[in-house]
Write a protein of this length. Structure first.
Length: 368
C-alpha cells in the first residue's frame, strides 16, 4: 500500500505516532487498530473509545427551499424536524436503491447539514446537486468535508470525559440531538449519536483545530480508561448493534425495504425512488437482510453462501466474532421465506457447511 497516494485526515500523523496499523479504506489512510480490535472493542463497551471519523462527508443545504429539496431527495419526512435535532434518512436512486444512508442536522430554519458516508460522498453531492439544479430550488449547497473534522467519543464514560472540556451541559443533550458549544476552547457541534450502540457523542469542528480537541480528549480520557480505537473495532461494534455498512450490507441494488430501514421511509410523501418502492412493495419483497448466529464452529465472512436443506438461499454481507457476546455473528441477505427467528441454516465456510440460525436484530443492545 502506497500511503502517499491516499487521502489523509488531519489526525494522520497522530495515528502514525501512536503506531496504529494503517489501511486503505475507500482511498483514505485510516487506522484499523492501535492495540488489537478486541481490546479496543471492549474498551468502548466498558469505558470509552475515541475514533477519527474525519473521512466522512458534510454538505450544507441552506436557503428558503432547503427543506423542499431535502423532502424530494430523502426518504424521511423532515417537516416536523426541530432545530437541534438529528434524523437518519436515506438517499435513493430512481430505482429505489440506496445511494447512501445519512444523517440530517437541522441547524436553523432553512439551514441543514447532511453527514454522509465517506465512499459515496461525491456521488451524494453530484446527485443532490443535479436535482437542485434541475428543479431550480431556491437554496445553495456547499461541500465542507475538506474543512471539517469529526471525532466520535463512544462508550459509557464518554459524557463524563467530554464534560470536562466543553461548556455544554451534556445531560441536556438528548439522543439524536445536538448543540453548538465550545470544546477545548474551540467552536464545535456536539451531537449525542454514534455508530457503536453505546451512549456517546459525535463532535464536529474545523479541521485545523480537531487535532487539539483530540489531544485534550486523549489526556482527559486516559484518566477514565479511554483509548483511541480504529475502524476494526468500529466495525465489530456496529455489527453487534445490528447497524449496516454502506457499500457492504447495502448498495444501489438494495432498497430500504429489504434492510431494517423501513422505518426511515415515509410512504405518505413523494421522493426520488418512491414510485419504485411502491412497485417493489406491491410485487412482494423477495429477500431480507437478517441476523445470523453461528451455532457451529467458524466465522461467516462477506460473500459466503447461505443454505437451507441443501438449497442456496442467500449471501453473507458482514460477519465477525462478537467480543461482547463471545460468539460468531453475521448479517446476510436471505430469501424472505427463511427469515423467521430460529430458522436453522448452514453457511459454506471454505469447503465446510457450518450450522447457523436466524436471530432477531440487534445482536446487542446496551442497558439504559
Amino acid at each position: 500500500m502506497d500511503e502517499s497516494k491516499l487521502n489523509k485526515t488531519p489526525l494522520y500523523e497522530k495515528h502514525v505516532a501512536l503506531k496504529a496499523k494503517i489501511i486503505d479504506f475507500g482511498g483514505w489512510a485510516m487506522p484499523v487498530q492501535y492495540t488489537n480490535v478486541i481490546d479496543e472493542h471492549r474498551t468502548t463497551r466498558n469505558a470509552a473509545g475515541l475514533f477519527d471519523i474525519c473521512h466522512m462527508g458534510e454538505i450544507l443545504v441552506k436557503g428558503p427551499q432547503a427543506l423542499d429539496l431535502l423532502q424530494l431527495v430523502l426518504t424521511r419526512n423532515l417537516a416536523d424536524q426541530k432545530i437541534g435535532q438529528v434524523k437518519l434518512s436515506a438517499l435513493l436512486n430512481e430505482e429505489g436503491g440506496v445511494i447512501d444512508d445519512l444523517t440530517v442536522y437541522k441547524m436553523d430554519e432553512h439551514d441543514y447539514m447532511l453527514v454522509t458516508n465517506a465512499t459515496p460522498k461525491d456521488r451524494d453531492w453530484a446527485w443532490i446537486n443535479r436535482i437542485q439544479t434541475d428543479k431550480k430550488f431556491d437554496c445553495a449547497l456547499r461541500d465542507i468535508s475538506n474543512e471539517t473534522g469529526k471525532l466520535d467519543l463512544q462508550g459509557p464514560s464518554s459524557e463524563e470525559i467530554l464534560q470536562k472540556i466543553t461548556d455544554a451541559d451534556l445531560k441536556n443533550v438528548r439522543f439524536y440531538h445536538f448543540c453548538k458549544a465550545q470544546v477545548a476552547g474551540f467552536d464545535a457541534i456536539v451531537s449525542r449519536s454514534g455508530y457503536t450502540g453505546e451512549d456517546g457523542f459525535e463532535i464536529y469542528a474545523p479541521g485545523n483545530v480537531v487535532g487539539q480537541i483530540w489531544d485534550r480528549l486523549m489526556t482527559e480520557g486516559a484518566k477514565q480508561g479511554m483509548k483511541p480505537c480504529g475502524l476494526g473495532a468500529r466495525d465489530t461494534l456496529r455489527l453487534e448493534s445490528g447497524m449496516m455498512l454502506n457499500g457492504q450490507d447495502m448498495d444501489e441494488s438494495v432498497s430500504p425495504l429489504e434492510v431494517p430501514y423501513g422505518w426511515i421511509v415515509d410512504a405518505q410523501k413523494e421522493f426520488v425512488g418512491s414510485a419504485a418502492l411502491r412497485a417493489k412493495q406491491s410485487s412482494g419483497i423477495r429477500k431480507k437482510l437478517a441476523g445470523l448466529e453461528m451455532t457451529g464452529r467458524g466465522i461467516a465472512r462477506h460473500g459466503y453462501k447461505v443454505f437451507c436443506d441443501g438449497k442456496e438461499i442467500g449471501l453473507v454481507t458482514s460477519g465477525t466474532f462478537s467480543p461482547t457476546l463471545n460468539k460468531a455473528i453475521a448479517l446476510a441477505f436471505i430469501d424472505i421465506d427463511y427469515c423467521a427467528p430460529d430458522t436453522k441454516l448452514e453457511i459454506a465456510i471454505r469447503d465446510t457447511m457450518t450450522a447457523a440460525k436466524v436471530v432477531k436484530l440487534p445482536f446487542y443492545k446496551r442497558l439504559k
